[in-house]
Design a protein around this ligand. Structure first.
Ligand code: MF3
Ligand code: CO
Length: 253
C-alpha cells in the first residue's frame, strides 16, 4: 500500500532532504585526489549528527557505514573505507538522512579532479536522465511512463540502465512503496497522484547493464568493468507537478 503524504509530512521530508543536501555539499568540498572514501563517510556522518539527524544507511540491513561511495565501475552500495581517490575517478555519493521521524535521500556523482571526456559524457547523460524522469512525475502519468522516459534517453545516448535497483517510496520508512523501475513501457503500472513521495535514482552503465555483487554482499560492480554513474533526488507528486524535495536554490545539486 502506498501512504499518500500530507503537505505537513512533505515538509518534514524536505527538512531531512535539506540535511542530506548540506551533508552532500560538505562531502563535495573534500572530493579530491588523495582523499579516502572513509574520510568522506566521516565528514557526512559528523555533519548529519551535528544537525540532529542520523544517517539512514548506518545499520540498514547491516550496512556498516553512514553513506555509500561508489567509485568508477562500482554501480551502487560501495562501502567507504581505505580506497584513495585518484585524478579522473568518478564517484557516486549516496546520502540518506533521518530527522524528525522522516527520511530524505539523494545521490550525486562527482568527478575527482578533471574528468575524462568519456566520464563527463556519462555523468551528463545520467543526470539528464534523472531530470527527464522527474519531469514525467506528473499526476495522471503512470510509473511505467517515468521508467520509459529514462530508459529511452539512456539507451539513445548509447548507455544502459541497471535493472536490479530501483527508486522507492520514502517517508517514515527509508524504503516504502511504490518501487520505481528506471525502465519500462508507457501507460503501464500505477497511476501517479498527489501525495506520492519517492526517489528517482537511475544507475547508468557505460557498457552492459549487468551487475555483480562482491563478497561483502553490498558492493555492486558492472559486469564488464566499465564505468557506472548515478543521480538521485527525492520528489513529491503534487497538483502542480513534481516538487523536488532535495533540491535547494542555494545548493548546486
Ligand atoms: N539510496 C540508496 C537506496 O535507496 C542507499 C541505500 S543505503 C544502504 O537504496 F544501506 F542500503 F546501502
Ligand atoms: Co534511494
Amino acid at each position: 500500500m502506498i501512504h499518500l503524504k500530507s503537505s505537513r509530512e512533505i515538509e518534514d521530508i524536505r527538512t531531512s532532504c535539506r540535511l542530506a543536501a548540506e551533508a552532500m555539499a560538505a562531502v563535495q568540498r573534500e572530493v579530491r585526489p588523495g582523499v579516502t572514501t572513509g574520510h568522506l563517510d566521516d565528514v557526512a556522518d559528523d555533519y548529519i549528527r551535528s544537525q540532529g539527524g542520523t544517517p539512514s544507511a548506518k545499520g540498514y540491513r547491516g550496512f556498516p557505514k553512514s553513506i555509500c561511495v561508489s567509485v568508477n565501475e562500482v554501480v551502487v552500495h560501495g562501502i567507504p573505507g581505505d580506497r584513495v581517490l585518484s585524478e579522473g575517478d568518478i564517484l557516486s555519493v549516496d546520502i540518506a538522512v533521518k530527522k524528525g521521524g522522516y527520511h530524505g535521500d539523494m545521490n550525486v556523482s562527482f568527478a575527482v579532479g578533471e574528468p575524462t571526456e568519456e566520464a563527463r559524457r556519462l555523468l551528463d547523460a545520467t543526470s539528464q536522465s534523472m531530470e527527464l524522469g522527474m519531469q514525467a512525475c506528473v499526476t495522471g502519468n503512470r510509473l511505467g511512463d517515468v521508467g520509459h522516459v529514462i530508459q529511452s534517453f539512456v539507451e539513445g545516448e548509447g548507455y544502459s540502465v541497471v535493472r536490479e535497483y530501483c527508486g522507492h517510496g520514502i517517508g517514515r520508512a527509508f524504503h516504502e512503496e511504490p518501487q520505481l523501475l528506471h525502465f519500462g513501457q508507457p501507460q503501464t503500472g500505477r497511476r501517479l497522484e498527489p501525495g506520492i513521495v519517492f526517489t528517482v535514482e537511475p544507475m547508468v552503465n557505460q557498457g552492459i547493464p549487468d551487475v555483480t555483487v562482491l563478497e561483502d554482499n553490498w558492493t555492486a560492480v558492472t559486469g564488464d568493468g566499465k564505468l557506472s554513474a548515478q543521480f538521485e533526488h527525492t520528489i513529491a507528486v503534487t497538483e502542480n507537478g513534481p516538487d523536488v524535495l532535495s533540491r535547494f536554490d542555494d545548493l548546486p545539486f
